[in-house]
Design a protein around this ligand. Structure first.
Ligand code: FPP
Length: 237
């Protein structure tokens, strides 16, 4: 029992397609509905005092989906950036979009830049949207960066430790997630924050992402509060 509110919550938002299929709707309807669940979760995170919320919005592997679905997902990203901007600013939410953003089309990149600029001053919640993101790619990118520094003589290879690697990741200035939530009942990590999740508590719910509400977030946090976090140590006393 740790009783505390997780500082950093990460979410693999899964089940949009199945949510749509069960209703006889096209897949993109599920992604659009998923945007509402994002709003719910942001509001729930603000209400509980979570400091950082990291959402897996588009994976490196998602580039292999059919073009019309990729366009629909990028459309949802742009709609989110436009329609949620004022709410996010009012609620004190700073948005950061992390991933291989140079793979995005021009209008998506512009939308990302606008939402980050508009919300920069937010100090209540940091919302990280992982877009065009894969954890192995992130670690490879960090390795490349460190190798370049070593080659340039500004980094001694002997000095590279876990903190050095962690600080070269997209989340270099952030604490690791305390809690990982995955929706739609899948027991997989799917190339998401492989380094950062080393000691995170996992919470899997069968709810499809578009149906996820703030009550589901609260249930996950309550479950987290009952966990003993040992970080590989034993409990003494
Ligand atoms: C997985 O469902 C979800 C995604 C690939 C995209 C997640 C995007 C959203 C929730 C939209 C909101 C995004 C932003 C940027 C605010 P799936 O399509 O894999 O579902 P399935 O496994 O049921 O087919």
């Amino acid at each position: 029992m740790n009783g505390s509110v997780p500082r950093h919550v990460a979410v693999i938002m899964d089940g949009n397609g199945r949510w749509a299929r069960h209703r006889g709707l096209p897949r993109h309807a599920g992604h659009l509905e998923g945007m509402k669940a994002v709003r719910e979760t942001v509001e729930g995170a603000c209400a509980t005092g979570v400091e950082i919320l990291t959402l897996f919005a588009f994976s490196t592997e998602n580039w292999k989906r059919p073009n019309d679905e990729i366009e629909a997902l990028m459309g949802v990203l742009q709609t989110f950036a436009r329609s949620e901007r004022d709410n996010l600013v009012r609620e004190g939410v700073a948005v950061r979009v992390l991933g291989e953003l140079d793979r995005l089309d021009g209008s998506s990149r512009a939308a990302v830049r606008r939402i980050m600029d508009a919300t920069r001053g937010g100090s209540r919640l940091l919302l990280n949207l992982l877009v065009s993101y894969g954890a192995r790619e992130e670690i490879a990118r960090a390795a490349r960066e460190l190798a370049v520094q070593a080659k340039d003589g500004v980094l001694d290879p002997e000095q590279i430790d876990t903190d050095t690697v962690a600080s070269a990741l997209y989340t270099g200035d952030l604490p690791d997630p305390d809690l990982l939530i995955r929706t739609s009942g899948e027991f997989r990590i799917s190339n998401f924050m492989l380094w950062q999740l080393a000691y995170s508590e996992l919470y899997i719910t069968s709810v499809y992402w578009p149906d996820f509400t703030r009550e589901d977030l609260f249930a996950a946090i309550l479950d987290y509060q009952r966990r003993d976090r040992r970080f590989g140590r034993i409990v003494t006393g």
